[in-house]
Design a binder for this molecule. Sequence first.
Ligand code: ZN
Length: 374
Amino acid sequence: MSSQKEIWDALQDLRLGSDQETWKLQVKVHQQFEVDHKLCLVVKGLNPEVQKPTGIKGAMPGIWGLIDKVEGQIQDDGTVNFYFWKEHHMLTVLERAPYTYKGWVVAIGLWQNRMEPNFLRYIPFKIHIEKLPPECRREDIVRDIGKMHGHVTEARVIEPNPVTGRLAKVWVKVDFHVDHKIILVKNVELKQGSEPVELNFRFRDLQKFCTTCGSLQHAFEFCPRASSISTTAEALMFIGTNPSTTTIERQIAIEGIITGQEIGESSNSVPIIPMALAPLADYFIEDACLESQESHPRANDVEIVSPDHGMKRKNADIELEDTQKQPKRQEQCSTTIPTASTSQASTHVALDLKTYAVSNSKGLVAALKPPLEP
Ligand SMILES: [Zn+2]
């Protein structure tokens, strides 16, 4: 039986008044709407797993250096409208794009263009092209290479200055589709029929991207191709993207991924670390050690907070705590992991691990902090 309240609530579904004259907003309200939306930018995070609309609304004014000069409003589709007081502020923000929030790129578009099919679908990247042979530093060549990344809006060749020692620079600005994958190295046939030349591409203001497939929309842990990479590569990616490692350690990890280093296993199931990865030995934890700890109740499960890494960013960039969902645990154990040397003779690296560790999906564990020196 329905309660009185339910009956009265249901009666509010009656269409009382719908057949009468339309109500109209005041003209000045319409005019204000037009004014407000002329100076409105829409912002969308490309990685919704990490970039929540409330965080974007709170952080972007600071990232732009426009606190109290712009007002954010979250929309139903997860985008955030930012209403600017002054046109030159809005134009400056557009001109200086791209921006990142929590290290991931955000797409920005004029509210007035919201009905266009490409709205929020392109990121304006400046890409430096490295290792281009001197005779190929020609604008049409540079533009043609840039086209492989996206629609080229500008191509520039800056000649070297042997007197001052300034090196040559070659860059393009492209509108990069959000579904495209970042390409950092490519063999390019610069002359018909000749040996391809390996070129490097450096994206300005790019911070986080999937290190497995190059997507701007997910971290490598969530990559559909994650199953295709090896256990060691996955562990090295944790180290390579971990802000608490040193620059040298990150370089070693990245080099290890590039050269396909693999941690082997001895006959007694103890991991053998290749020489190239020996400096990172402290980061690898024997999984059996963790498993033995699993059976004991732990006093503290500690959330790992990943402050952003030290890569280049805009001055006012505000980064909040990373809250990526990763397996997290605190462990204490002592174990010994042999290191493979070039002569096949093993040396032993004693580990006394009292550190936070992350287990990747395949069982190999990379510690987020190396043990302290005794
Ligand atoms: Zn991916």
